[in-house]
Design a protein around this ligand. Structure first.
Ligand code: HEM
Length: 440
């Protein structure tokens, strides 16, 4: 709860001096606005501009640096963002590692091939060194994704921040992710269950303009589509024969699982070529190709072959995706290590110091943890360039964990100091600079 305390401790410290009453009134107004953020999970552009001004720059530099050695990281982040937000909202629940009592989202079938967790660790580590306990892992994924999209030529857009990290991550929750074999009805009803429209489905699947897919996700379309013993008739025969040269027939017993680019046009670039490829029946996944073949979605496919139509729509839909089911101060936290929820406080939470006890600087004294953090389990992080066969499974290298910090939990609703009465006559003042105010 580091951010909760740092952001709101002035709420409990205002007043007590002359002209204390006016200061107190202003403080009350600002605290009410901040409470909206704590209780409702409001996000704003530039949330960290006061508490961690270098946050977005640090994230951008780390993404750029990884991109320089591995350009495929862009697609990996974009997919991670989708899989995080779609399941339990954008709360970094996708990052949680397994523990003896819990199988997390990242161990569910659709998530086994996600990549880039180590980059999020590296970013978090830098941010904890810069401003401890402030930047949520959920925001790191959102900002890193935005930067990754720009690096491959996609649109630039602003990301609202101020998300909290979730405390729950269950493998079974991820079953709601649509299958690559879905038709439009199946995928759109899965999207609708998360508050996303049919338009969102078509435009967000445009993310398949980058990245790759393992043959195992579509090889039935090459060899035995829906039990017919024949290829999918909606796949371009030239593509079928080309892909047969890459992907083995599952019935052959060959278990290798190579990859192919999802966009057979411009491959790594984020552009509208994906949609043009669908019109040529060169979609790799069934869910991609059905967008062209369904009368409800084909007009959108046609429209998004124009970058000028696709980019603004993508910004709008990814912003909607990034606002799904945000956690609040009550239901979330600022994780100190993105791979595990913060250690729970065994004793009743400490209450912030009262105005009389607070040190003049306003900074609470550092609190010592009562127990060391449990050791972190490791996971595998598969990564491979397209066409290179099955990914070598490398043990994940955990960055050194930051020492655990425990912050006082803020009781909600917030106890505000009593108003001294009678109040002085009302005078209009300019509001104090408050970067957390979601209602500027
Ligand atoms: C109906 C919805 C979707 C389905 C069924 C689906 C399915 C898949 C599958 C099967 C892969 C291949 C994974 C692999 O081989 O490792 C993939 C890759 C990818 N997906 Fe999706 N996807 C969907 C929606 C989205 C959305 C909404 C986004 C982003 C906004 C997205 C971004 C990506 C990216 C960037 C890749 C390439 C990943 C990489 O190169 O590592 N997908 N998707």
């Amino acid at each position: 709860m580091g951010r909760s305390w740092q952001n709101m401790n002035h709420c409990t410290r205002a007043g007590g001096r002359t002209p204390a009453t006016l200061a107190l009134l202003l403080s009350v107004v600002s605290c009410v606005a901040e409470l909206a953020w704590h209780v409702e999970g409001v996000t704003i552009v530039g949330f960290y501009s006061a508490t961690c001004p270098k946050a977005e720059t640090i994230i951008q530099q780390e993404v750029q640096s990884r991109f320089n050695s591995d350009p495929t990281i862009s697609a990996a982040l974009l997919r991670m963002f989708f899989h995080d937000c779609f399941v339990q909202g954008c709360d970094a629940s996708i990052l949680i590692d397994p523990t003896p009592g819990n199988t997390p989202e990242k161990q569910s079938g659709p998530n086994l091939t996600l990549r880039g967790f180590d980059l999020i660790d590296a970013i978090k580590s830098k941010l904890e060194a810069e401003c401890p306990g402030i930047v949520s892992c959920a925001d790191i994924i959102a900002i890193a994704t935005r930067d990754a999209v720009a690096l491959v030529g996609g649109p630039s857009y602003e990301v609202k921040t101020g998300r909290f990290d979730g405390k729950r991550s269950r493998s079974s929750d991820a079953n709601i992710l649509p299958s690559p074999d879905s038709d439009v009805d199946q995928a759109s009803s899965a999207f609708a269950s998360q508050g996303l429209s049919l338009d969102d489905l078509v435009v967000l699947l445009g993310a398949h303009t980058t990245g790759f897919a393992r043959c195992g996700f579509f090889s039935d379309r090459l060899y035995d589509f829906q039990g017919t013993g024949q290829p999918d008739p909606t796949m371009n025969p030239a593509l079928v024969s080309r892909l047969k040269g890459v992907c083995p027939d599952p019935a052959s017993g060959n278990s290798s699982d190579p990859t192919v680019f999802l966009d057979q046009g411009t491959r790594d670039a984020f552009d509208s070529s994906f949609y043009s490829q669908l019109q040529k029946h060169n979609g790799i996944l069934r869910i991609d190709q059905v967008l062209q073949d369904d009368s409800r979605t084909s007009p959108l496919v046609s429209r998004f072959t124009e970058t000028d139509a696709f980019f603004p729509a993508f910004i709008s839909s990814i912003t909607t995706l990034g606002a799904l089911n945000l956690k609040t101060a009550e239901t979330g936290e600022i994780r100190l290590d993105c791979r595990r929820v913060n250690p729970t406080t065994p004793n009743p939470p400490a209450i912030p110091p009262s105005p009389a006890q607070a040190p003049a600087s306003g900074a609470p004294p550092p609190r010592k943890p009562s127990s060391p953090p449990p050791s972190r389990p490791t996971t595998t992080a598969p990564a491979q360039p397209p066409g290179s066969g099955s990914p070598p499974v490398k043990p994940h290298k955990s960055p050194s964990s930051p020492p655990p910090r425990r912050f006082p939990r803020l009781p909600l609703p917030l106890p505000l100091p009593p108003l001294p009465l009678p109040l002085p006559p009302f005078r209009r003042l300019s509001p104090p600079a408050n970067p957390f105010n979601p209602f500027p």
